[in-house]
Design a protein around this ligand. Structure first.
Ligand code: PLP
Length: 410
């Protein structure tokens, strides 16, 4: 029996952290009122509750339009289709993200070109983006990950110079701001997921933001079976039904009323955690970019040096921290090793059509690989949503695991 909870010792924290999602009677009342209204579905699109939520959420991010959709994968696909992505086009995506970011271009008929991330913030590396551009490149999809925002100045500059569309994947960044502009409103289109674990949730759901009237019209049309949304009612698209239901929109409306305050709480605790972690040898805090003027923390990522943890794999460190009562995990695999993505990929029509352009074995992605395989630790937002004592215990647990790391490798 050791000192660490994972080897039989006493955990640092036993009472858990905040539950998620947070809800109260207001959600129950909003859903009840929606049921009583008899207006449950998203047709005619948009439903009144979806429209009200979409405009409030868009305004919060400084975007002109918000279009609610069924989930945060469809939002990416629809954004790509609205942007005019065609068969065989290339879309540049980061190697360190959820599978949906790379699947979406394929579903839109395009080829995801997977590039490495910046080790300072684990978001897409603009230098890698620039190096990956070919005459077939049409779009860049940065993902704001790990309580960070990708370098949107550099990405927008590249996009302007090469005439590319930028679609921000903001599934982990509701409410974040880059130079005082909300994420999703910096690029041409922004995509958010409202799946159960996300910072704002209705169980399933998503929204696209844009400042462009025509792109917004196309998004509305593409999710509403292709019905025209232009003022003359002439512009049909080849769409299907990806509308959000009104019961979910009702839940989003209430959850949204808590978002600003929850974001502020997490941001303050994240700043405190930055300071505390930067005092631990062998723990690296990711870049604190002053251009991020509001930080949204879905997963707070920090990096460990395995040597400072007796050579333990970060997976073992994460298991040990979990056993101490701290909700962490080792995060996504690098895209070229992604089980969720890879086995079915060879059966995807786009991968079959362009088999020669889908050889992931040739990819050199050292930074994403290092993050995914040996150094990144993802701490869940629930730790940051509570009080300081809870954050202190997370830090205490990291110190404890480091102190007794030899128990993990013995
Ligand atoms: C980065 C990223 N993009 C897109 C998605 C897809 O969102 P959804 O699960 O709502 O389809 C997710 C979901 O976890 C995600 O993490």
């Amino acid at each position: 029996m050791g000192q660490l909870a994972v080897t039989g010792g006493t955990p640092v924290r036993t009472q858990g952290y905040s539950r998620w999602p947070i809800w109260d009677e207001r959600e129950v009342e909003a859903v009840t009122a929606t049921v009583r209204s008899g207006r449950w579905g998203g047709y005619p699109e948009p439903g009144p509750r979806a429209a009200a939520f979409a405009s409030a959420f868009a305004e919060f991010h400084g975007a002109k339009h918000g279009i609610c959709m069924a989930n945060g994968t469809i939002t990416l696909i629809i954004a790509l289709r609205a942007a005019g992505i065609q068969l065989g086009d290339e879309v540049i995506v980061p190697a360190y993200t959820f599978a949906a970011t790379a699947l979406a271009p394929m579903e839109a008929g395009a080829i995801p070109v997977i590039v490495d991330v910046d080790p300072e913030n684990y978001c897409i590396d603009p230098r890698a983006v620039e190096a990956a551009i070919t005459p077939r490149t049409r779009a860049i999809m940065p993902v704001h990950l790990g309580s960070q925002v990708a370098d949107m100045d550099a990405i927008m500059d590249i996009a302007r110079r090469h005439n590319l569309v930028v679609i921000e994947d903001c599934a982990h960044a509701h409410g974040a701001r880059w130079r005082d502009v909300g994420v999703g409103a910096v690029g041409h289109l922004g995509s958010f997921s409202m799946q159960s674990s996300k910072l704002l949730t209705s169980g399933e759901g998503g929204i696209v933001l844009t400042n462009d009237d025509h792109l917004a019209q196309l998004c509305h049309s593409l999710i509403d079976c292709g019905r025209p949304k232009d003022p003359e009612g002439k512009e049909y698209t080849f769409g299907a039904n990806y509308r959000l239901g009104e019961l979910q929109a009702a839940i989003l409306g209430v959850g949204f009323s808590r978002l600003a305050e929850q974001t502020a709480t997490r941001e303050a605790n994240a700043a405190y955690l930055d300071e505390a972690l930067s005092e631990i040898d062998g723990v690296r805090v990711l870049r604190r970019d002053p251009r991020i003027t509001r930080r949204a923390c879905y997963e707070y990522i920090f990096a460990i040096d395995p040597q400072a943890f007796a050579g333990a794999a970060h997976e073992q460190v994460c298991e040990a921290l979990s056993a101490e009562g701290i909700p962490v995990w080792q995060g996504y695999p690098a895209m070229h090793n992604y089980d969720l993505f890879r086995p079915g990929m060879s059966r995807h029509p786009i991968a079959q059509l362009y088999a020669d352009r889908f050889d992931f074995s040739k990819l050199q992605l050292p930074e994403a690989t290092r993050a995914a395989e040996s150094e990144a630790v993802w701490l869940n937002q629930r730790v940051l949503l509570g009080d300081r004592a809870g954050v202190d215990q997370a830090v205490e647990a990291i110190r404890k695991v480091q102190r007794h790391a030899h128990e993990l490798t013995a």
